[in-house]
Design a protein around this ligand. Structure first.
Ligand code: ATP
Ligand code: MG
Length: 580
């Protein structure tokens, strides 16, 4: 076929398709415009998942009568004049493409009034052309109505999800806007029913309480850190509250909603050891940095960023969150953690707020809290390793749990989890320094790699070789494991080898040095530790307790399970119906 220049209308529809993927992308662009216009209130209405109608009304600066026709022109913007402005950009928009793109794939009506004008103006647009232009009486601000999205792009329309899932996507997006801009009052109506209505009083925690869950908000830990180049602030969940997916890991960069693997990974790593595998935290965080340090012109939908120094960003976020967690998370109290109890407790206690669900829909699985409600104020129960209770071992239950007496009653410790944590921290300290003794295997263990992607393989082998493990390439199909850390218990050797095999086969990026170290250390620690079912004497128990006291973070094993639970004197008195 001969090369020919496309008709401008077709070209603009194709270009629009990159910016406007679905109803939620229209809403993202329009809400961002309202934010750029300094709006204090933004109201969003959708009908039929946004496919039939999207209407956004704000009380911002408005657009003058002269500018209104320009607003729908491609590459027409009031936000930048030259390319250097991008390094100083504080607005969400900069390309002058959003309204033009929406105009190319929908029927649109814009009404706007700036405070300087006496009346407002209204234009009706179809196929990127203005059909009507009229004065209109309205209050200051802008109202944009987008109807019949993709009516002229049937191929795209076919790929839309159901009305419900498009609506859910929009709810998630607006929730994210709400927590990113607590100073703005947001209202969302779906098919005429109000779904979101925030105060806009500027207090993030009020917004979280309003749109997520009041009880959950009261459990959150505040994060705030500044290192000269970066500032992070917001809230995170303590280790006992988690979700089974990443959809509640919310963050923004300079108040811009983006998706960034680096940030997600830094947050997940900050929780490593606090949460079990497959559990994820809830976060609401904003990272602030100079616009010159972050490129936002990466993706047509402006939802990705590239940092000038990725390592710095990664370690700043990871460090800020991890240090906060270590400082603030409380010692688990038995009655906050146990689902069922053997004691006949009264049922008049407060309902707990721990939900294994998305924070945005009110699904199930509520843990019942008992009437023992002594530790509702986390501030009173904050322990760091400095005030880890001094414990005296009393005995062992089921060859699995150590019972100890301490400053506030009875403590129950999981002997395997404790030993695992002690070993883990020792390994982490000595890892990479060749301080881990090695035992040579009687027979090298061969791992078949012919089916593997070998992108990071050599790096992986190098990193293992510094950690008490001797491993080499036998040929281009086989890896040979010759030695393992001396601490690995004989009966656990096979399990350890399996972990090494899984690690080699995993997609774990070796550049993620911390991840590698933690994965290997956790495996060595696990397979070097006292097991549940092992009988240990009082002397060994007390040695274990002393070692645990010296851990940096003694409260959880490397997989995030608790090492210790407490039943306070008050609780004991209560159980036995004694006055306190
Ligand atoms: N709600 C609004 N209030 C005031 N002015 C607006 C509003 N929406 C759009 N505008 C004006 O219309 C112009 C074009 O908007 P559009 O979203 O197309 O481009 P942009 O925001 O400048 O850049 P981008 O394409 O990156 O979003 C804006 O630069 C702004 O001047
Ligand atoms: Mg815009």
């Amino acid at each position: 076929m001969k090369i020919k220049v496309l008709d401008p209308l077709i070209a603009s529809k194709i270009a629009a398709g990159e910016v406007i993927e679905r109803p939620s992308s229209v809403i993202k662009e329009l809400v961002e415009n309202s934010i750029d216009a300094n709006s204090k209130t933004i109201e969003i209405e959708i009908i039929n998942g946004g496919m039939d109608l999207i209407k956004i009304t704000d009380d911002g600066n408005g657009i003058s009568k002269e500018d209104l026709p320009l607003a729908i022109e491609r590459h027409a913007t009031s936000k930048i004049t030259n390319i250097d402005d991008l390094t100083r950009l504080t607005s969400m928009g900069f390309r002058g493409e959003a309204l033009a793109s929406i105009a190319a794939v929908s029927q649109m009506e814009l009404s706007s009034k700036s405070p300087q004008s006496i009346a407002g103006s209204n234009i009706q647009v179809e196929n990127s052309m203005i059909l009507n232009e009229n004065p209109i009486s309205m209050v200051n601000g802008t109202s944009i109505m987008v109807s019949n999205l993709f009516y002229n792009l049937p191929a795209r329309k076919k790929f839309m999800s159901t009305q419900k899932s498009e609506s859910n996507r929009i709810v998630r997006l607006i929730n994210h806007f709400c927590v990113t801009h607590p100073e703005i009052k947001f209202k969302l109506l779906i098919d005429e029913k109000q779904k979101i209505n925030t105060h806009g009083d500027g207090e993030l925690i009020h917004t979280i309480a309003k749109i997520l869950n009041q009880n959950l908000a009261s459990e959150l830990i505040s994060v705030s850190n500044y290192d000269g180049d970066f500032k992070i602030s917001g809230y995170i969940t303590p280790p006992h509250i988690s979700r089974t997916n990443r959809s509640n890991i919310l963050y923004s960069v300079n108040k811009r909603i983006v998706k960034d693997k680096l940030i997600t990974m830094a947050l997940e790593q900050a929780y490593r050891g606090f949460l079990t595998i497959g559990k994820f935290p809830i976060t609401v965080l904003n990272l602030n940095t100079s616009p010159s340090k972050v490129d936002i012109n990466v993706h047509p939908r402006k939802d990705e960023v590239r940092f000038m120094n990725e390592n710095e960003v990664f370690s700043f976020i990871q460090r800020s969150v991890r240090e906060t967690l270590i400082q603030k998370h409380p010692v688990p109290n038995t009655f906050n953690a146990v689902h069922n109890t053997a004691y006949p407790l009264t049922s008049s206690g407060t309902k707990s707020n721990f939900r294994e669900e998305s924070i945005y829909n009110n699904r199930i699985e509520t843990r019942e809290q008992t009437s023992f409600n002594f530790n509702t104020n986390n501030e009173n129960t904050l322990f760091t390793n400095n005030n880890f209770p001094i414990l005296r071992a009393i005995g062992q239950i089921d060859n699995t749990y150590i019972i100890a007496e301490g400053e506030d009653g009875m403590y129950i410790l999981d002997q395997h989890a404790c030993h695992e944590k002690i070993n883990y921290e020792k390994i982490i300290q000595s890892i990479g320094s060749n301080m881990l003794d090695m035992q040579l295997l009687m027979e090298p263990y061969l791992i078949d790699i012919s089916s593997l992607k070998t992108r990071f393989l050599m790096n992986k082998l190098d990193s293992l070789n510094t950690n008490g493990i001797s491993i080499d390439l036998l040929d281009d199909q086989t890896i040979m494991l010759k030695g393992v850390p001396a601490t690995i218990i004989n009966t656990k050797l096979n399990d350890f080898i399996k972990d090494i095999e899984t690690f080699i086969e995993s997609e774990l990026d070796i550049n993620d040095a911390l991840g590698t170290m933690n994965t290997i250390a956790a495996s060595i620690a696990c397979h070097s530790s006292i097991r549940a079912g092992d009988t240990i004497d009082l002397k060994e128990m007390n040695l274990l307790l002393r070692d645990l006291e010296n851990c940096n973070e003694p409260f959880h094993c490397p997989h995030g399970r608790p090492t210790i639970q407490n039943i306070s004197i008050n609780q004991l008195n209560h159980m036995f119906i004694r006055p306190n």
